[in-house]
Design a protein around this ligand. Structure first.
Ligand SMILES: NC(=O)c1ccc[n+]([C@@H]2O[C@H](COP(=O)([O-])OP(=O)(O)OC[C@H]3O[C@@H](n4cnc5c(N)ncnc54)[C@H](OP(=O)(O)O)[C@@H]3O)[C@@H](O)[C@H]2O)c1
Length: 504
Protein backbone atom coordinates (compact mmCIF):
# COMPACT_ATOMS: atom_id res chain seq x y z
CA UNK A 1 0.00 0.00 0.00
CA UNK A 2 2.69 2.42 1.12
CA UNK A 3 4.62 1.83 -2.07
CA UNK A 4 1.64 2.43 -4.31
CA UNK A 5 1.10 5.75 -2.52
CA UNK A 6 4.77 6.71 -2.82
CA UNK A 7 5.12 6.15 -6.49
CA UNK A 8 1.78 6.49 -8.11
CA UNK A 9 -0.27 9.22 -6.55
CA UNK A 10 1.43 12.28 -5.14
CA UNK A 11 4.70 12.64 -7.06
CA UNK A 12 3.23 12.10 -10.52
CA UNK A 13 1.83 15.62 -10.45
CA UNK A 14 5.05 17.37 -9.52
CA UNK A 15 7.96 15.27 -10.75
CA UNK A 16 9.71 16.73 -13.78
CA UNK A 17 11.59 13.50 -14.38
CA UNK A 18 8.34 11.55 -14.58
CA UNK A 19 6.73 14.25 -16.72
CA UNK A 20 9.70 14.13 -19.11
CA UNK A 21 9.72 10.34 -19.41
CA UNK A 22 5.95 10.08 -19.75
CA UNK A 23 5.00 9.05 -23.30
CA UNK A 24 8.64 8.45 -24.27
CA UNK A 25 9.72 5.34 -26.18
CA UNK A 26 13.00 4.04 -24.88
CA UNK A 27 15.25 1.25 -26.06
CA UNK A 28 16.98 -0.39 -23.08
CA UNK A 29 19.78 -2.90 -23.70
CA UNK A 30 21.11 -5.30 -21.05
CA UNK A 31 17.70 -5.79 -19.42
CA UNK A 32 18.54 -9.42 -18.65
CA UNK A 33 21.44 -8.17 -16.51
CA UNK A 34 21.62 -6.97 -12.90
CA UNK A 35 21.50 -3.21 -13.46
CA UNK A 36 19.22 -3.42 -16.52
CA UNK A 37 16.53 -5.18 -14.49
CA UNK A 38 16.54 -2.47 -11.82
CA UNK A 39 16.32 0.30 -14.43
CA UNK A 40 13.47 -1.51 -16.17
CA UNK A 41 11.56 -2.09 -12.93
CA UNK A 42 11.93 1.51 -11.82
CA UNK A 43 10.74 2.84 -15.19
CA UNK A 44 7.75 0.51 -15.27
CA UNK A 45 6.80 1.29 -11.67
CA UNK A 46 7.41 5.03 -11.41
CA UNK A 47 6.50 6.12 -14.93
CA UNK A 48 3.19 4.30 -15.42
CA UNK A 49 2.48 6.26 -18.61
CA UNK A 50 5.82 5.75 -20.27
CA UNK A 51 5.35 5.33 -24.05
CA UNK A 52 7.08 2.00 -24.68
CA UNK A 53 10.19 0.25 -23.43
CA UNK A 54 11.87 -1.78 -26.18
CA UNK A 55 14.10 -4.57 -24.91
CA UNK A 56 16.49 -6.17 -27.40
CA UNK A 57 16.92 -9.68 -26.07
CA UNK A 58 19.08 -12.41 -27.51
CA UNK A 59 18.01 -16.00 -27.43
CA UNK A 60 20.07 -18.39 -25.34
CA UNK A 61 20.49 -22.16 -25.20
CA UNK A 62 17.61 -22.59 -22.79
CA UNK A 63 15.30 -20.13 -24.52
CA UNK A 64 15.62 -20.06 -28.32
CA UNK A 65 12.73 -17.59 -28.37
CA UNK A 66 13.54 -14.11 -27.05
CA UNK A 67 10.03 -13.51 -25.71
CA UNK A 68 10.14 -16.77 -23.73
CA UNK A 69 13.50 -15.76 -22.34
CA UNK A 70 12.16 -12.34 -21.36
CA UNK A 71 9.19 -13.92 -19.54
CA UNK A 72 11.32 -16.48 -17.68
CA UNK A 73 14.51 -14.58 -16.92
CA UNK A 74 13.43 -10.96 -16.69
CA UNK A 75 9.75 -10.86 -15.82
CA UNK A 76 10.14 -13.95 -13.63
CA UNK A 77 12.76 -12.22 -11.49
CA UNK A 78 12.07 -11.27 -7.88
CA UNK A 79 12.98 -7.69 -8.89
CA UNK A 80 9.30 -7.36 -9.87
CA UNK A 81 7.88 -8.71 -6.57
CA UNK A 82 7.07 -5.23 -5.32
CA UNK A 83 5.33 -4.08 -8.49
CA UNK A 84 3.41 -7.34 -8.76
CA UNK A 85 2.25 -6.82 -5.20
CA UNK A 86 1.38 -3.16 -5.80
CA UNK A 87 -0.51 -3.75 -9.05
CA UNK A 88 -2.01 -7.18 -8.41
CA UNK A 89 -3.96 -8.30 -11.47
CA UNK A 90 -3.04 -5.11 -13.32
CA UNK A 91 0.63 -6.13 -13.44
CA UNK A 92 0.33 -8.18 -16.64
CA UNK A 93 -1.66 -5.39 -18.32
CA UNK A 94 1.07 -2.85 -17.43
CA UNK A 95 3.73 -5.12 -18.92
CA UNK A 96 1.70 -5.78 -22.06
CA UNK A 97 1.02 -2.08 -22.58
CA UNK A 98 4.54 -0.81 -21.90
CA UNK A 99 7.12 -3.43 -22.87
CA UNK A 100 8.09 -4.75 -26.29
CA UNK A 101 10.66 -7.50 -26.32
CA UNK A 102 12.71 -7.51 -29.55
CA UNK A 103 14.49 -10.59 -30.86
CA UNK A 104 17.53 -8.47 -31.66
CA UNK A 105 21.31 -8.66 -31.47
CA UNK A 106 22.93 -5.31 -30.72
CA UNK A 107 26.32 -6.53 -31.96
CA UNK A 108 24.86 -7.02 -35.47
CA UNK A 109 24.28 -4.34 -38.07
CA UNK A 110 20.67 -3.05 -37.84
CA UNK A 111 20.58 -5.05 -34.59
CA UNK A 112 20.02 -8.13 -36.76
CA UNK A 113 16.49 -6.91 -37.63
CA UNK A 114 14.91 -6.93 -41.09
CA UNK A 115 14.93 -3.58 -42.94
CA UNK A 116 11.25 -3.06 -42.19
CA UNK A 117 11.54 -3.95 -38.51
CA UNK A 118 14.62 -1.73 -38.14
CA UNK A 119 12.97 1.27 -39.82
CA UNK A 120 9.83 0.78 -37.74
CA UNK A 121 11.89 0.69 -34.56
CA UNK A 122 13.94 3.76 -35.52
CA UNK A 123 10.74 5.62 -36.37
CA UNK A 124 9.32 5.08 -32.91
CA UNK A 125 12.18 5.82 -30.52
CA UNK A 126 12.90 8.80 -28.28
CA UNK A 127 16.06 7.62 -26.49
CA UNK A 128 18.45 4.71 -25.99
CA UNK A 129 19.93 3.44 -22.71
CA UNK A 130 22.83 1.02 -23.29
CA UNK A 131 23.49 -1.11 -20.23
CA UNK A 132 24.69 -4.22 -22.11
CA UNK A 133 28.33 -5.17 -21.64
CA UNK A 134 30.65 -8.04 -20.97
CA UNK A 135 31.74 -7.32 -17.38
CA UNK A 136 34.11 -10.30 -17.36
CA UNK A 137 37.56 -8.96 -16.40
CA UNK A 138 39.22 -11.78 -18.32
CA UNK A 139 37.07 -11.80 -21.44
CA UNK A 140 38.59 -12.71 -24.80
CA UNK A 141 39.63 -9.48 -26.50
CA UNK A 142 37.49 -10.36 -29.51
CA UNK A 143 34.25 -10.69 -27.52
CA UNK A 144 34.99 -7.75 -25.21
CA UNK A 145 35.71 -5.46 -28.17
CA UNK A 146 32.55 -6.60 -29.94
CA UNK A 147 30.12 -5.83 -27.10
CA UNK A 148 31.93 -3.08 -25.16
CA UNK A 149 33.31 -1.08 -28.08
CA UNK A 150 32.35 -1.97 -31.65
CA UNK A 151 28.61 -2.48 -31.16
CA UNK A 152 28.31 1.12 -29.98
CA UNK A 153 28.59 2.13 -33.65
CA UNK A 154 25.35 0.20 -34.29
CA UNK A 155 23.63 2.14 -31.51
CA UNK A 156 24.98 5.48 -32.78
CA UNK A 157 23.61 4.64 -36.25
CA UNK A 158 20.25 3.86 -34.69
CA UNK A 159 20.20 7.26 -32.91
CA UNK A 160 20.89 8.88 -36.30
CA UNK A 161 18.24 6.94 -38.23
CA UNK A 162 15.84 7.78 -35.39
CA UNK A 163 16.42 11.49 -36.03
CA UNK A 164 19.23 12.34 -33.59
CA UNK A 165 17.82 10.97 -30.36
CA UNK A 166 19.86 10.92 -27.10
CA UNK A 167 22.07 7.98 -26.18
CA UNK A 168 22.84 7.18 -22.56
CA UNK A 169 25.85 4.91 -22.23
CA UNK A 170 26.41 3.01 -18.98
CA UNK A 171 30.17 2.90 -18.56
CA UNK A 172 32.27 2.34 -15.43
CA UNK A 173 34.36 4.55 -13.13
CA UNK A 174 37.14 2.00 -13.69
CA UNK A 175 37.81 3.33 -17.20
CA UNK A 176 40.15 5.43 -15.07
CA UNK A 177 42.55 2.46 -15.26
CA UNK A 178 45.88 2.83 -13.53
CA UNK A 179 45.68 6.63 -13.15
CA UNK A 180 46.28 7.54 -9.50
CA UNK A 181 44.63 10.44 -7.67
CA UNK A 182 41.37 12.27 -8.28
CA UNK A 183 39.18 10.74 -10.99
CA UNK A 184 36.69 13.36 -12.15
CA UNK A 185 33.63 13.24 -14.39
CA UNK A 186 35.63 13.99 -17.53
CA UNK A 187 37.37 12.23 -20.42
CA UNK A 188 40.00 9.86 -18.99
CA UNK A 189 43.58 9.99 -20.32
CA UNK A 190 45.25 6.58 -20.69
CA UNK A 191 47.68 6.07 -17.79
CA UNK A 192 50.40 5.05 -20.27
CA UNK A 193 50.11 8.47 -21.94
CA UNK A 194 50.55 6.65 -25.23
CA UNK A 195 47.56 7.73 -27.31
CA UNK A 196 46.88 10.97 -29.17
CA UNK A 197 44.16 13.31 -27.96
CA UNK A 198 41.91 15.04 -30.48
CA UNK A 199 41.29 18.77 -30.18
CA UNK A 200 37.70 17.91 -29.28
CA UNK A 201 38.87 16.13 -26.14
CA UNK A 202 38.46 12.44 -26.94
CA UNK A 203 41.29 10.02 -27.77
CA UNK A 204 41.77 8.83 -31.33
CA UNK A 205 41.33 5.10 -30.88
CA UNK A 206 40.15 3.94 -34.32
CA UNK A 207 43.68 3.08 -35.58
CA UNK A 208 44.36 1.23 -32.31
CA UNK A 209 41.11 -0.74 -32.68
CA UNK A 210 42.07 -1.65 -36.27
CA UNK A 211 45.45 -2.90 -35.03
CA UNK A 212 43.79 -4.96 -32.27
CA UNK A 213 41.41 -6.49 -34.82
CA UNK A 214 44.37 -7.43 -37.06
CA UNK A 215 46.09 -9.09 -34.09
CA UNK A 216 42.89 -10.98 -33.24
CA UNK A 217 42.71 -12.26 -36.84
CA UNK A 218 46.37 -13.32 -36.78
CA UNK A 219 46.04 -15.16 -33.46
CA UNK A 220 42.83 -16.82 -34.57
CA UNK A 221 44.51 -18.10 -37.72
CA UNK A 222 47.45 -19.39 -35.69
CA UNK A 223 45.33 -21.49 -33.29
CA UNK A 224 43.19 -24.32 -34.63
CA UNK A 225 42.25 -25.59 -31.18
CA UNK A 226 39.31 -23.47 -29.85
CA UNK A 227 40.54 -23.59 -26.23
CA UNK A 228 44.04 -22.51 -27.18
CA UNK A 229 42.55 -19.75 -29.34
CA UNK A 230 40.38 -18.56 -26.46
CA UNK A 231 43.33 -18.50 -24.06
CA UNK A 232 45.43 -16.60 -26.60
CA UNK A 233 42.69 -13.98 -27.05
CA UNK A 234 42.28 -13.60 -23.29
CA UNK A 235 46.02 -13.14 -22.91
CA UNK A 236 46.10 -10.63 -25.78
CA UNK A 237 43.43 -8.48 -24.13
CA UNK A 238 45.22 -8.60 -20.81
CA UNK A 239 48.59 -7.68 -22.36
CA UNK A 240 47.21 -4.77 -24.42
CA UNK A 241 45.20 -3.44 -21.46
CA UNK A 242 48.27 -3.55 -19.21
CA UNK A 243 50.52 -1.97 -21.76
CA UNK A 244 48.18 0.97 -22.39
CA UNK A 245 47.18 1.69 -18.78
CA UNK A 246 44.41 -0.63 -17.59
CA UNK A 247 44.45 -3.71 -15.37
CA UNK A 248 41.95 -5.76 -17.38
CA UNK A 249 40.31 -6.19 -20.78
CA UNK A 250 36.87 -5.17 -19.51
CA UNK A 251 37.79 -1.66 -18.37
CA UNK A 252 40.11 -1.15 -21.36
CA UNK A 253 37.37 -1.97 -23.89
CA UNK A 254 34.82 0.15 -21.98
CA UNK A 255 37.26 3.09 -22.21
CA UNK A 256 37.67 2.48 -25.95
CA UNK A 257 33.86 2.49 -26.20
CA UNK A 258 33.67 5.89 -24.49
CA UNK A 259 36.16 7.37 -26.98
CA UNK A 260 34.25 5.99 -30.00
CA UNK A 261 31.03 7.51 -28.67
CA UNK A 262 32.58 10.87 -27.82
CA UNK A 263 33.95 11.01 -31.36
CA UNK A 264 30.92 9.85 -33.34
CA UNK A 265 28.42 11.81 -31.25
CA UNK A 266 30.14 15.20 -31.51
CA UNK A 267 27.52 17.93 -31.20
CA UNK A 268 24.89 15.31 -30.35
CA UNK A 269 23.14 14.26 -27.14
CA UNK A 270 25.35 11.77 -25.34
CA UNK A 271 25.38 11.06 -21.61
CA UNK A 272 27.91 8.68 -20.10
CA UNK A 273 27.04 7.39 -16.62
CA UNK A 274 29.91 5.64 -14.86
CA UNK A 275 29.05 3.58 -11.78
CA UNK A 276 31.68 2.32 -9.34
CA UNK A 277 31.24 -1.21 -7.87
CA UNK A 278 27.48 -1.82 -7.99
CA UNK A 279 26.02 -3.70 -5.02
CA UNK A 280 22.59 -4.54 -3.59
CA UNK A 281 19.72 -2.04 -3.47
CA UNK A 282 19.62 0.41 -0.59
CA UNK A 283 15.86 0.64 -0.83
CA UNK A 284 14.28 0.01 -4.22
CA UNK A 285 12.66 -2.07 -5.47
CA UNK A 286 13.39 -3.97 -2.25
CA UNK A 287 16.16 -3.36 0.30
CA UNK A 288 19.06 -5.71 -0.42
CA UNK A 289 17.81 -6.82 -3.84
CA UNK A 290 20.74 -8.22 -5.78
CA UNK A 291 21.39 -10.79 -8.44
CA UNK A 292 24.47 -12.98 -8.70
CA UNK A 293 27.70 -12.58 -6.79
CA UNK A 294 29.32 -9.20 -7.35
CA UNK A 295 32.88 -7.98 -6.86
CA UNK A 296 32.89 -7.48 -3.09
CA UNK A 297 30.52 -10.39 -2.51
CA UNK A 298 32.90 -12.97 -3.93
CA UNK A 299 35.16 -12.04 -1.04
CA UNK A 300 32.31 -12.14 1.51
CA UNK A 301 31.24 -15.54 0.14
CA UNK A 302 34.78 -16.86 0.35
CA UNK A 303 34.93 -15.74 3.98
CA UNK A 304 31.49 -17.17 4.82
CA UNK A 305 32.49 -20.54 3.41
CA UNK A 306 35.78 -20.43 5.35
CA UNK A 307 37.76 -20.34 2.10
CA UNK A 308 39.29 -16.88 2.19
CA UNK A 309 41.22 -15.79 5.24
CA UNK A 310 43.83 -13.43 3.85
CA UNK A 311 43.31 -11.05 1.01
CA UNK A 312 45.57 -8.57 -0.74
CA UNK A 313 44.42 -5.05 -0.07
CA UNK A 314 45.11 -2.06 2.09
CA UNK A 315 42.77 -1.62 5.02
CA UNK A 316 42.95 2.13 4.65
CA UNK A 317 42.04 2.20 0.96
CA UNK A 318 38.57 3.17 -0.18
CA UNK A 319 36.33 0.44 -1.61
CA UNK A 320 34.01 2.36 -3.90
CA UNK A 321 30.65 0.63 -3.55
CA UNK A 322 27.35 2.06 -4.75
CA UNK A 323 23.86 0.52 -4.29
CA UNK A 324 22.17 -0.45 -7.56
CA UNK A 325 19.08 1.73 -7.00
CA UNK A 326 21.21 4.88 -6.74
CA UNK A 327 22.82 3.93 -10.07
CA UNK A 328 19.45 3.29 -11.76
CA UNK A 329 18.17 6.64 -10.42
CA UNK A 330 21.26 8.42 -11.74
CA UNK A 331 20.63 6.91 -15.18
CA UNK A 332 16.99 8.01 -15.25
CA UNK A 333 17.73 11.47 -13.88
CA UNK A 334 20.48 11.97 -16.48
CA UNK A 335 18.21 10.64 -19.23
CA UNK A 336 15.50 13.13 -18.29
CA UNK A 337 18.10 15.91 -18.47
CA UNK A 338 19.28 14.73 -21.90
CA UNK A 339 15.70 14.74 -23.19
CA UNK A 340 14.91 18.15 -21.71
CA UNK A 341 18.15 19.80 -22.74
CA UNK A 342 19.57 18.01 -25.81
CA UNK A 343 22.73 18.72 -27.83
CA UNK A 344 25.31 18.23 -25.07
CA UNK A 345 27.85 15.58 -24.15
CA UNK A 346 27.86 14.87 -20.42
CA UNK A 347 29.72 12.52 -18.08
CA UNK A 348 28.47 11.54 -14.59
CA UNK A 349 29.90 9.23 -11.95
CA UNK A 350 27.69 7.28 -9.57
CA UNK A 351 30.08 6.44 -6.75
CA UNK A 352 30.63 6.89 -3.03
CA UNK A 353 34.42 7.25 -2.73
CA UNK A 354 34.71 11.04 -2.49
CA UNK A 355 31.53 11.99 -0.65
CA UNK A 356 30.97 9.07 1.74
CA UNK A 357 34.03 6.84 1.67
CA UNK A 358 34.16 3.45 3.29
CA UNK A 359 37.57 1.82 3.63
CA UNK A 360 38.29 -1.82 2.97
CA UNK A 361 39.11 -2.19 6.69
CA UNK A 362 35.74 -0.77 7.77
CA UNK A 363 33.95 -2.92 5.20
CA UNK A 364 35.66 -6.08 6.48
CA UNK A 365 35.09 -5.19 10.16
CA UNK A 366 31.38 -4.52 9.62
CA UNK A 367 30.85 -7.76 7.70
CA UNK A 368 32.81 -9.82 10.26
CA UNK A 369 31.06 -8.21 13.22
CA UNK A 370 27.63 -8.97 11.80
CA UNK A 371 28.66 -12.47 10.70
CA UNK A 372 29.90 -13.41 14.16
CA UNK A 373 26.94 -11.88 15.96
CA UNK A 374 24.18 -12.95 13.65
CA UNK A 375 25.28 -15.67 11.24
CA UNK A 376 22.15 -17.74 11.99
CA UNK A 377 20.09 -15.03 10.27
CA UNK A 378 21.88 -15.81 7.00
CA UNK A 379 21.60 -19.59 6.70
CA UNK A 380 22.41 -19.80 3.01
CA UNK A 381 25.51 -17.66 3.39
CA UNK A 382 26.85 -19.29 6.56
CA UNK A 383 26.60 -23.06 6.67
CA UNK A 384 28.41 -22.92 10.02
CA UNK A 385 29.53 -20.16 12.41
CA UNK A 386 32.49 -18.22 10.99
CA UNK A 387 35.59 -18.86 13.07
CA UNK A 388 38.53 -17.80 10.98
CA UNK A 389 39.89 -14.27 10.97
CA UNK A 390 39.82 -12.30 7.74
CA UNK A 391 42.86 -10.18 7.18
CA UNK A 392 43.80 -7.71 4.47
CA UNK A 393 47.52 -7.67 3.81
CA UNK A 394 49.85 -5.81 1.52
CA UNK A 395 50.02 -7.37 -1.98
CA UNK A 396 53.73 -8.31 -1.73
CA UNK A 397 53.23 -9.96 1.64
CA UNK A 398 50.20 -11.75 0.23
CA UNK A 399 52.27 -13.16 -2.64
CA UNK A 400 54.93 -14.41 -0.21
CA UNK A 401 52.34 -15.94 2.13
CA UNK A 402 50.64 -17.70 -0.71
CA UNK A 403 53.90 -19.09 -2.10
CA UNK A 404 55.13 -20.06 1.34
CA UNK A 405 52.02 -22.02 2.23
CA UNK A 406 51.29 -23.45 -1.19
CA UNK A 407 54.57 -25.29 -1.81
CA UNK A 408 54.58 -27.48 1.32
CA UNK A 409 50.86 -28.15 0.87
CA UNK A 410 51.37 -29.24 -2.72
CA UNK A 411 54.01 -31.74 -1.52
CA UNK A 412 51.59 -33.14 1.08
CA UNK A 413 48.85 -33.42 -1.55
CA UNK A 414 51.16 -35.36 -3.87
CA UNK A 415 52.03 -37.75 -1.04
CA UNK A 416 48.35 -38.27 -0.24
CA UNK A 417 47.62 -39.02 -3.88
CA UNK A 418 50.03 -41.99 -3.83
CA UNK A 419 47.45 -43.77 -1.71
CA UNK A 420 44.33 -42.03 -2.94
CA UNK A 421 44.58 -40.61 -6.48
CA UNK A 422 41.58 -38.28 -6.08
CA UNK A 423 42.69 -36.85 -2.73
CA UNK A 424 42.37 -33.08 -2.55
CA UNK A 425 43.73 -31.01 0.23
CA UNK A 426 40.97 -28.67 1.37
CA UNK A 427 43.35 -25.96 2.39
CA UNK A 428 44.99 -26.01 -1.01
CA UNK A 429 41.63 -25.54 -2.67
CA UNK A 430 41.00 -22.58 -0.36
CA UNK A 431 44.30 -21.08 -1.38
CA UNK A 432 43.45 -21.56 -5.03
CA UNK A 433 40.12 -19.78 -4.45
CA UNK A 434 41.90 -16.93 -2.68
CA UNK A 435 44.46 -16.68 -5.45
CA UNK A 436 41.81 -16.50 -8.17
CA UNK A 437 39.82 -13.88 -6.29
CA UNK A 438 42.94 -11.91 -5.56
CA UNK A 439 44.03 -11.90 -9.18
CA UNK A 440 40.62 -10.60 -10.24
CA UNK A 441 39.73 -8.19 -7.49
CA UNK A 442 43.05 -7.15 -5.93
CA UNK A 443 43.06 -3.98 -8.01
CA UNK A 444 39.73 -2.90 -6.52
CA UNK A 445 40.92 -3.37 -2.94
CA UNK A 446 44.15 -1.38 -3.20
CA UNK A 447 42.89 1.84 -4.71
CA UNK A 448 45.16 4.83 -5.10
CA UNK A 449 42.44 6.75 -6.92
CA UNK A 450 39.30 8.53 -5.72
CA UNK A 451 36.16 8.78 -7.86
CA UNK A 452 34.30 12.11 -7.66
CA UNK A 453 30.62 12.77 -8.31
CA UNK A 454 30.35 16.59 -8.12
CA UNK A 455 28.60 16.89 -11.47
CA UNK A 456 26.02 14.27 -10.60
CA UNK A 457 25.36 16.03 -7.29
CA UNK A 458 25.02 19.36 -9.13
CA UNK A 459 22.52 17.72 -11.51
CA UNK A 460 20.51 16.47 -8.51
CA UNK A 461 20.59 19.99 -7.06
CA UNK A 462 19.09 21.35 -10.29
CA UNK A 463 16.19 18.90 -9.86
CA UNK A 464 13.22 19.58 -7.61
CA UNK A 465 13.03 18.18 -4.07
CA UNK A 466 10.31 15.81 -5.30
CA UNK A 467 12.61 14.45 -8.00
CA UNK A 468 15.48 14.10 -5.54
CA UNK A 469 13.20 12.16 -3.21
CA UNK A 470 11.76 9.96 -5.96
CA UNK A 471 15.08 9.36 -7.70
CA UNK A 472 17.70 9.55 -4.92
CA UNK A 473 21.27 9.55 -6.24
CA UNK A 474 23.24 10.92 -3.28
CA UNK A 475 25.54 8.34 -1.64
CA UNK A 476 26.26 10.60 1.34
CA UNK A 477 22.92 9.40 2.74
CA UNK A 478 24.22 5.84 3.13
CA UNK A 479 24.79 4.63 6.68
CA UNK A 480 27.38 1.93 5.88
CA UNK A 481 26.86 -0.08 9.06
CA UNK A 482 23.14 -0.28 8.44
CA UNK A 483 23.58 -0.95 4.73
CA UNK A 484 26.21 -3.69 5.07
CA UNK A 485 24.94 -5.31 8.27
CA UNK A 486 21.19 -5.06 7.91
CA UNK A 487 20.55 -4.74 4.19
CA UNK A 488 23.36 -6.17 2.12
CA UNK A 489 24.11 -9.43 3.97
CA UNK A 490 20.38 -10.17 4.18
CA UNK A 491 20.03 -9.39 0.46
CA UNK A 492 22.90 -11.69 -0.43
CA UNK A 493 21.35 -14.46 1.63
CA UNK A 494 17.85 -13.92 0.34
CA UNK A 495 18.28 -13.02 -3.34
CA UNK A 496 21.78 -13.94 -4.49
CA UNK A 497 22.02 -17.41 -3.06
CA UNK A 498 18.67 -18.75 -4.18
CA UNK A 499 17.29 -19.54 -7.56
CA UNK A 500 14.04 -18.17 -6.18
CA UNK A 501 11.93 -16.48 -8.78
CA UNK A 502 9.17 -14.00 -8.27
CA UNK A 503 6.43 -15.06 -5.88
CA UNK A 504 3.29 -14.65 -7.88
N1 LIG B 1 28.10 -4.66 -11.96
C1 LIG B 1 28.94 -3.69 -11.64
O1 LIG B 1 29.50 -3.65 -10.53
C2 LIG B 1 29.21 -2.57 -12.61
C3 LIG B 1 30.05 -1.53 -12.20
C4 LIG B 1 30.28 -0.47 -13.06
C5 LIG B 1 29.68 -0.44 -14.30
N2 LIG B 1 28.88 -1.48 -14.68
C6 LIG B 1 28.25 -1.39 -16.01
O2 LIG B 1 26.86 -1.55 -15.83
C7 LIG B 1 26.30 -2.18 -16.99
C8 LIG B 1 25.45 -3.35 -16.54
O3 LIG B 1 26.24 -4.28 -15.82
P1 LIG B 1 25.57 -5.51 -15.06
O4 LIG B 1 26.24 -5.63 -13.75
O5 LIG B 1 24.11 -5.39 -15.14
O6 LIG B 1 26.07 -6.72 -15.99
P2 LIG B 1 25.39 -8.13 -16.21
O7 LIG B 1 24.50 -8.50 -15.10
O8 LIG B 1 26.50 -9.06 -16.58
O9 LIG B 1 24.49 -7.90 -17.50
C9 LIG B 1 25.08 -7.70 -18.75
C10 LIG B 1 24.02 -7.48 -19.79
O10 LIG B 1 24.68 -7.27 -21.04
C11 LIG B 1 24.18 -8.19 -21.98
N3 LIG B 1 25.21 -8.66 -22.91
C12 LIG B 1 26.44 -9.13 -22.60
N4 LIG B 1 27.07 -9.52 -23.73
C13 LIG B 1 26.21 -9.28 -24.76
C14 LIG B 1 26.28 -9.46 -26.17
N5 LIG B 1 27.37 -9.95 -26.76
N6 LIG B 1 25.21 -9.10 -26.92
C15 LIG B 1 24.11 -8.60 -26.33
N7 LIG B 1 23.97 -8.40 -25.01
C16 LIG B 1 25.02 -8.74 -24.23
C17 LIG B 1 23.70 -9.37 -21.18
O11 LIG B 1 22.78 -10.07 -21.98
P3 LIG B 1 22.70 -11.67 -21.94
O12 LIG B 1 21.90 -11.96 -20.70
O13 LIG B 1 22.02 -12.01 -23.20
O14 LIG B 1 24.10 -12.17 -21.85
C18 LIG B 1 23.09 -8.69 -19.96
O15 LIG B 1 21.81 -8.25 -20.26
C19 LIG B 1 27.47 -2.55 -17.88
O16 LIG B 1 27.58 -1.59 -18.90
C20 LIG B 1 28.67 -2.48 -16.96
O17 LIG B 1 29.84 -2.13 -17.67
C21 LIG B 1 28.62 -2.53 -13.88
Amino acid sequence: MGHAMDTQVKPVVSSRIIATLTGKRILLTGASGFLGKVVLEKLLRTVPDIGLIYLPMRANRKFPNAEDRFRAEVLGSSVFDRLRRDLGDAFEARVAARIRCLPATITASQLGLTDDAYQALAGSLDAIINSAASVNFRESLERALEINTLCLDNLVTLTEVAGGIPLLQVSTCYVNGKNPGDAREAVVAPASGRLARHAQGYYEVRPLIARLQAEIRELSAAHQDPDAREQALIALGQAEANELGWTDTYTFTKWLGEQCLLESMQGRTLTIVRPAIIESALEEPLPGWIEGVKVADAVIMGYARGKVVVFPGQRGCVLDVIPVDLVANSILMALAEALQDPGEQRIYQSCSGASNPITLGQFIDLVIEESRRNHQSYPRLFKRPPRLPFVAVDATLFGLLLKGSQLPLQVIQRLLRIREPEAKLKLLESLATTQQLAALFGFYTAADYVFHNDRLMALAQRMSPVDRALFPVDPSAIDWANYLQRIHLAGLDRYSLTTRRSQK
